[in-house]
Design a protein around this ligand. Sequence first.
Ligand SMILES: Cc1cc2nc3c(=O)[nH]c(=O)nc-3n(C[C@H](O)[C@H](O)[C@H](O)COP(=O)(O)OP(=O)(O)OC[C@H]3O[C@@H](n4cnc5c(N)ncnc54)[C@H](O)[C@@H]3O)c2cc1C
Length: 423
Amino acid sequence: MTDRKNPFPLSELLRHPDLHESFRPSTPAVQVHGMTGPCVLVIGGGIAGAGLAYALAARATVTVLERETHCGYHATGRSAASFTETYGSPVIRRLAMASRAFLALPPPGFTASPLLIPRGTLTVARSDQLDALDAMLNDARRLVPGVHRLDGDAVLRRVPVLRPGYAAAAMNEPDAMDLDVHGLHLGFLQGARRAGCQVVTGAEVAGVDRAAGGWRFRTRAGQVFQADILVNAAGAWADEVAAMAGVAPLGLQPKRRTALTIDLPPGVPGQGWPLVDDVDGEFYFKPDAGALFMSPADATDSPPTDAQPDELDIAIAVDRLQRATTLQVQRVRRAWAGLRTFADDGNPVVGRDDAMDGFVWLAGQGGYGIKTSPALSRICAAAVLGLPFPPDLSRFGLVEHSLLPHRLRRASVPVPAMGAQPQ
Ligand SMILES: Cc1cc2nc3c(=O)[nH]c(=O)nc-3n(C[C@H](O)[C@H](O)[C@H](O)COP(=O)(O)OP(=O)(O)OC[C@H]3O[C@@H](n4cnc5c(N)ncnc54)[C@H](O)[C@@H]3O)c2cc1C
């Protein structure tokens, strides 16, 4: 175990006065000309659009338009539901840390059951991968002093289904959690609705025009909406939505990732296992309601679409699992795929477009959009309302510039260093 001090102790964060202060629909509404704040239209009802609506609803008139018949049909409903502070770029990891207190202690009435469920993560390395493991440990400890190394025997005791001798060592992140994605998404949506937000499903935005200093939207079904501010929370479709509004796309790239569940053999008690992932990012697995969830950790470029799993990726997943463990896969219960959408530098895009007044980005969350959603929602709400970057989030070493869209257009502008390189 390391003796380095945790820079962001949870007990202290939970006592912080800003924990829910600027992130709660019960905050008194700002009245502007008899209306509640600016009129904001959010395109996309996934975790991003829902979290933003929750953070804004008391201080603006908010409408969320979602193309599908239910919110969360795309990336949000297809995730691995994992919360770790060691996975992703330094900016992502700081965003996760800044989100942890809200997830650990959401406001009263937000959800009926805990959003974080203890799980832990073991990042395992074969003997030929030990250099990579040591580099990862050194990097992870800078922000998460609680991570530590386990030797091969200890790893096998934690996860007896690994092939004897497979893992030479592992990085243990004991405070990694499972996330109740549905509970979080529903809590955001219900809280936003209670504060007056309108959520319209089956409403694909098919046309966007400038109108009287604001925006006019036409859905495929012919409905018309108007707003002062457009927020682009359209996930894999974010660049398409930008183009529709006459805004230059940012080169966001959706990447397909496959997931599947398999039966565990009778008598194999997997429930207490941590999430096990490979140090080179070749697979991860964890118990899931009596079955085993796994992914080959693929990242295949894709156009924005209703992603479907590819037979070859499923076969690769099964092969990698069978090489690392003694499990023999008899049956794939369910397989699915989803799109993780990335900016070039691996960091999300949050903030006002510098070339188009009234256009705000909330996109590019990659494979981390659930665990970072509390912090990202608040950062985006501040941008929409023209408020400064939330000061309590700056404490985590987060800076506005590393998220703003124009960093991707002006490569010559240096982005402030945030510690180690992305994984
Ligand atoms: C296999 C997999 C595993 C993952 N694991 C994790 C994890 O463990 N932890 C984590 O934090 N993250 C994880 N992620 C990433 C996470 O799921 C995403 O970052 C997050 O869901 C993105 O949310 P979103 O709201 O931006 O996108 P989405 O959920 O895709 O929502 C965007 C919405 O916009 C709507 N839309 C698009 N265009 C229009 C239009 N013109 N009009 C109206 N609506 C429109 C779409 O229908 C869609 O519902 C994972 C993702 C995948 C695929």
